[in-house]
Design a protein around this ligand. Structure first.
Ligand code: SAM
Length: 258
């Protein structure tokens, strides 16, 4: 139960997570900006530039799977990156999420982008632990941003990630992590536990969902532990396997399917 809610049995966690994201779907994008003071945009930009998605000279366009993709923040960035940096207008992203309301917001968003025709982005309800509509060895890149800490069974999700990637395919995760500087951590903890639920109340009239988000961050394993879980699922990592962002408030983990 170490990845569960406090006092909540694992069996009920999935339902609860569903409710949290249904209730935050509409306010999700603005709350992200408010809570992170806009920094999540910089992390996401950095994440995408680090993965550097897009067709290589002489290569094929990519099939990318963005898991727990929610309203599509990462997916749109990756398509823009492929187009602008690699002049690749064919790489596709399949955005999956367990929550249809989050995907609905993403789909709505896509209609006001150059991807409105749906030829490069599609949305599909899928539990990350199962991914039963995604074939084995089919994806070049698997991304998950601020999603994996919500999964009930993280090792199962990592196994599924490994299954759907082609050999040589890349697993890339952006997630909240552990701050590695104690004075800053004290300030960050105060901010998390006092300010964020209050902002959730004020902006989204939903204190409990934002309280949950904070608790899920607390429960998520530290950088080294998570890197080991990725290796245990069969991925190879280079060096430590991760990069800290903003003193470890978030971290990027990368693994390659060999
Ligand atoms: N990746 C997006 C981003 O960076 O803005 C959305 C992140 S949002 C904080 C977390 C998402 O994880 C929610 O949309 C939620 O529905 C999804 N989620 C939670 N548990 C899941 C599961 N077991 N399988 C797939 N998605 C899940």
């Amino acid at each position: 139960t170490h990845f569960g809610f406090k006092d909540v049995p694992e069996s009920e966690k999935e339902t609860l997570v569903g409710e949290v994201f249904s209730s935050v779907a509409k306010s999700y994008d603005i709350m992200n900006d408010v809570m992170s003071l806009g920094i999540h945009r910089l992390w996401k930009d950095h994440f995408v530039s680090k993965i550097d998605p897009g067709r290589r000279p002489g290569g094929e366009p990519l099939s990318i799977l963005d898991v727990a993709g929610g309203t599509g923040d990462i997916a749109f960035r990756m398509l823009d990156w492929a187009s602008e940096v690699h002049n690749d207008h064919q790489t596709k992203v399949l955005v999956t999420d367990i929550n249809a309301d989050m995907l609905g917001e993403g789909k709505k968003r896509s209609l006001s982008t150059k991807y409105a025709d749906g030829s490069r982005i599609s949305f599909l309800v899928q539990n990350a632990e199962v991914l039963d509509s995604v074939p084995d060895d089919s994806q070049d890149l698997y991304t998950v941003a601020f999603g994996i800490r919500n999964f009930t069974n993280i090792p199962a999700a990592l196994k599924s990630a490994h299954r759907v990637l082609k050999p040589g395919g890349v697993f890339a995760c952006l997630e909240f992590s552990k701050v590695n500087f104690s004075l800053f951590d004290m300030i960050y903890q105060q901010y998390s536990f006092n300010v964020i639920p209050m902002m959730g109340q004020l902006i989204a009239a939903d204190r409990d969902s934002y309280q949950y988000l904070i608790e899920s961050i607390q429960r998520f394993p530290d950088q080294e532990t998570f890197a080991q879980m990725i290796r245990d699922a069969g991925f190879e990592t280079s060096g430590s396997g991760y990069e800290n962002l903003t003193m470890g408030i978030a971290a990027i983990h990368i693994g390659v399917k060999v």
